[in-house]
Every structure is written in C-alpha cells, then in structure tokens.
Design a protein. Structure first.
Length: 181
C-alpha cells in the first residue's frame, strides 16, 4: 500500500513544521541587478590604472634622461596621486556591499546628487577592505604558528627552560653511570 498524503489540517501542520526548520533564502536582487554595471566599471578602472602605471614609468624614464622633463608633462607626484585615486575606486567597486543598492562611479545624470552617497560608501568599502586585510594577516600568522614557523615568546621561553632542565638531568645521569667507562 502507498502512504497517503496529509490532508487538510495535517498538511498545514507539516508546512508549519517545515517553516520552523527551513529558513527562506535571502533575495539576491541587488547582486544580480548591478552585476554588469560593476563589471564594466571595474574594467574601466583597471584600464585607467594600467594607463597611469605606464605614464608614471615613462615619466620616470624621461626624468632620468639627460634631456630633462618637458614643461607640459605632469609631475610624477600628480600622476601617483591620480593612480591612488583610481586604486581607491577599484576598492570601492570590489568591496561595495552586495546587499545595498549600488551607486555608480560614472553616473549618466546628476553626478552631484550621488557624490555624497558615494563618499559614504567609499569609506564603508575601505573599512571592509581593511578588515579583510587584517583578517588575512591574522590567518597567515595563525597558519605559521600551526606549522611551527613562528613561536610565541612565552612558548619559546618555556621550551628553553625545559631544554635546560633536561640537559641538567642528563649531566646528573652521566655522572652516576659508570657502566660505559
């Protein structure tokens, strides 16, 4: 015989039990919605970073040459500041919270209106990036400790003391043992 399906009140009870144990998955509206925008902005930013790195390299070569720097070329410091700006924009795109509405770096209309929100989100993205870097460093140190590459000062002191005690004990044993003499 086949088991019968729950009907009526029984079915409502089983659905209620399922709701207790199974949480609904959060909606992924914003990541999907802004995925292409973020992708293209990231590409634009990466291109700009490459351009500025090349410009800095050529500016350094020109500065090192005997002919000197032309008057109309920007200084290396200004180029490096622009490069840092673009790197911060890359951090903004990479670490923007995915559950929030994305604010474009290159808006088509009303760029002044979004600038304030963008500044707040830049700060938030930089904080997230800093936390991630901090955790990476902590994880690296923990891995090295587990592998035995790095020891705590307290561990190394106690190990040195135990080695000293062992060597003292071995000397006492050697003095009392005449078998091999």
């Amino acid at each position: 015989e086949r088991p019968t399906k729950p009907r009526g009140n029984q079915q409502e009870k089983t659905i209620g039990k399922r709701k207790k144990f199974y949480k609904p998955k959060p909606k992924k509206e914003f990541p999907k919605k802004y995925q292409t925008v973020r992708f293209f902005e990231k590409r634009k930013i990466l291109r700009k970073i490459e351009q500025y790195e090349k410009r800095i390299a050529t500016a350094k070569l020109v500065a090192a040459s005997p002919a000197g720097v032309p008057a109309d070329s920007p200084s290396i410091e200004t180029l490096e500041k622009e490069l840092e700006k673009w790197k911060k924009d890359l951090i903004y795109v990479n670490f923007f919270p995915k559950k929030e509405k994305y604010i474009s770096l290159f808006p088509k209309d009303n760029p002044e209106q979004a600038e304030e929100q963008r500044a707040k989100m830049r700060a938030k993205a930089e904080q997230i990036a800093a936390r991630i870097e901090e955790r990476k460093e902590q994880n690296r140190i923990a891995r090295e400790k587990r592998a035995g590459r790095i020891r705590d000062d307290s561990e190394s002191d106690s190990e040195d003391e135990s080695k000293q005690e062992q060597s003292d004990g071995e000397q006492e044993e050697d003095e009392g043992d005449d078998f091999f003499l």
